[in-house]
Design a protein. Sequence first.
Length: 126
Amino acid sequence: MSEASKDTKIESKVIDTKGAPATRISGRVWKKPKKANNRSTMAKSLKKGWEKRVQERREAEMTKIREQELKEEARIEREAKVNAIIEKRKRREEKAREEMLQKEMSLRKRMRLKRKELKARAHAKH
């Protein structure tokens, strides 16, 4: 019975995870895990000093700011052109409307004068 009890017991294995290489997130075990960059082991030609990196960041930031300023200026110029075109169209439409009103008014004046002349002739005959 002791042999039977040994067979039914579940054996537990302890797995040492420290020694095992970490698998990739993708689960592909054949891919090598990446190591952190160690700047001290890089060649001198590849290394950049802190000051140089800070200076490059500043230059990139200044370039970005200048590009934004140029884009903003271009946008303002475009808006000004569009507004000028809209204003020009409005003025042209207003001018055409005023000309139509002027023609209509002169036509009305002519009609009034004609009526006055006809009335004057009609009164002169009597």
